[in-house]
Design a protein around this ligand. Structure first.
Ligand code: CAO
Length: 448
């Protein structure tokens, strides 16, 4: 019998949070990453997942308890059950990150609370690109419910915005969802019409025809695999961002011939330091310079206002075995290329190992998605709300470039800038790209 203690992992900037839901009980068999409890502060609610597989032998928290990083949640008998979580010396060290329930509309810059945020709204501390954004209630407030209630409502196709919460501060509970469903079944035409219109995830809420249902097995052998936790969360966010943002992408090329030569030379000089200077580090620095010159690209929409952030935290998309993650390099304006390269390497490693803390995934003001190490020419990245722009970068190519007298071989880097047309217009985007290209072709401009 191998008893494992599961503890609260790093939950970001929260000292103590209240246990508001117990999702398991003694005797339950749990998988690694299965949610054990839901906790909530005055700003956030999130599910705390199990670090290991096993059978629960002891519940060490009860409803209403206050917990913090390191607090014991349950004891598990890992016994015969295969322990599939990352092999780490202590259970706490391998604890997966908590999953946020739903963010404030402008959760990324937490210093700037939105005027219309409900007092008990939940805030983003998600471990992926950005957490799931719930539907806004007609009043403009977020329906208040725990992640498991949201999931249950989604499964039933119940629109949470139309459910009246009977809990404290209007929190929606299981009974409220049941009551709503009963009302629909009893023929309440208003809710019936609306819920028939909006079963979650099939596009009907947008007035689209239903998603095609195909029996794939009729045409050949198939294998069905459930999406991973991170894929599910990032998928919901990507869909929202793709549907809700009027996004446009401008493509451009930057001449990085000298910069690449400098990068290669720097790496030779620093061979023994263990830090590899990457093109992405230069891109981060160049983007900070462009964001400072064009501050609307470093802003977020808050109702009818724009929030301009006076800090430059750059997210970068990282391809991991579990799916897409976006670690955030904080205060990029204050750091040199060597420090940025070293921190990026650390963050990318943690992302691949599933060890990023919520704090390392939140607060970005702009994101870069680089496929340069893989290939491709141009693509159209999706903006990571509530940011208003994202830069996609592909593989550089040696190309003939006309210098006024002859074609010269130059190393050209393809750039794809996607921007929110509510905040930015095409001329500003073209200027941003042109300036970025100038900086990348002559990095001395960063000093100006
Ligand atoms: N052009 C040409 N070569 C490039 C390049 C570019 N734009 N960018 C990187 N490279 C080269 C590097 O020089 C390196 O070559 P060497 O090994 O010969 O030195 C190689 O590609 C690998 O680079 P890297 O991937 O290790 O480093 P990176 O800084 O470019 O990227 C990271 C780090 C974390 C961003 C990357 O590993 C990654 O995950 N990229 C995928 C991001 C992604 O999935 N985006 C899509 C999101 S939408 O689904």
């Amino acid at each position: 019998m191998a008893i494992i203690e599961v503890k609260v992992p790093d939950i970001g900037d929260f000292d103590e949070v209240a246990v508001i839901e117990l999702l398991v009980k003694v005797g339950d068999k749990v998988r690694p990453e299965q949610s054990l409890i839901t906790v909530e502060s005055d700003k956030a609610s999130m599910e705390i997942p199990s670090s290991h597989a096993g059978v629960i032998t002891e519940m060490l928290v009860k409803l209403g308890d206050k917990v913090k990083q390191g607090s014991l949640i349950v004891k598990l008998d890992a016994g015969e059950v295969e322990v599939t979580a990352a092999a780490a010396p202590s259970p706490a060290a391998s604890s997966p990150a908590p999953v946020a329930a739903a963010p404030l509309p402008v959760a990324v810059p937490p210093a700037v609370p939105p005027a219309h945020a409900p007092t008990t709204a939940v805030v983003s501390v998600a471990p992926v690109a950005a957490p799931h954004q719930p539907t806004m209630a007609p009043s403009g407030e977020l329906p208040h419910a725990s992640p498991s209630i949201r999931k249950f409502a989604r499964e039933l196709g119940v629109p949470l915005t139309e459910v009246k919460g009977s809990g404290p501060k209007g929190r929606i509970g299981l009974e409220d969802i049941h009551a709503f469903s009963r009302a629909v079944m009893a023929g309440d035409t208003r809710t019936q019409a609306q819920s028939a219109k909006a079963p979650a995830g099939d596009g009907a809420g947008l007035g689209l025809i239903p998603w095609p249902k195909v029996d794939f097995a009729k045409f050949g052998p198939i294998e069905r695999k459930e999406l991973g936790r991170i894929q599910k969360i990032s998928g919901a966010n990507l869909l929202r961002n793709a549907v809700m943002i009027p996004a446009v992408t401008n493509h451009d090329d930057a001449d990085i011939t000298e910069l690449e030569a400098f990068r290669v030379a720097t790496n030779k000089e620093n061979d023994k330091s263990g830090v590899k200077v990457t093109m992405l580090a230069f891109l981060i620095k160049a983007c900070v310079s462009a964001l400072q010159k064009f501050p609307q690209f470093n802003s977020s929409l808050d109702g009818d206002a724009l929030v301009f952030k006076q800090y430059w935290h750059i997210g970068f998309a990282a391809d991991t075995p579990n799916g897409l993650m976006v670690p955030v390099l904080k205060d990029a304006d204050k750091k040199g290329i060597l420090q940025i390269s070293a921190e990026m390497g650390e963050l990318a490693k943690k992302a691949r190992e599933g060890k990023l803390s919520p704090a390392e995934m939140t607060g970005a003001t702009f994101t870069i998605s680089s496929l340069g190490g893989i290939g491709g020419r141009y693509f159209t990245p999706i903006i990571n709300a509530p940011e208003v722009a994202i830069l996609g970068v592909c593989r550089s190519n040696m190309e003939p470039v006309w210098n006024g007298e002859a074609f010269e071989p130059r190393l050209m880097l393809p750039l794809s800038l996607t921007w929110d047309h509510r905040v930015i217009d095409g001329a500003a985007a073209a200027r941003f790209n042109a300036y970025l290209g100038q900086v990348l072709s002559d990095f001395r401009r960063v000093l100006l």
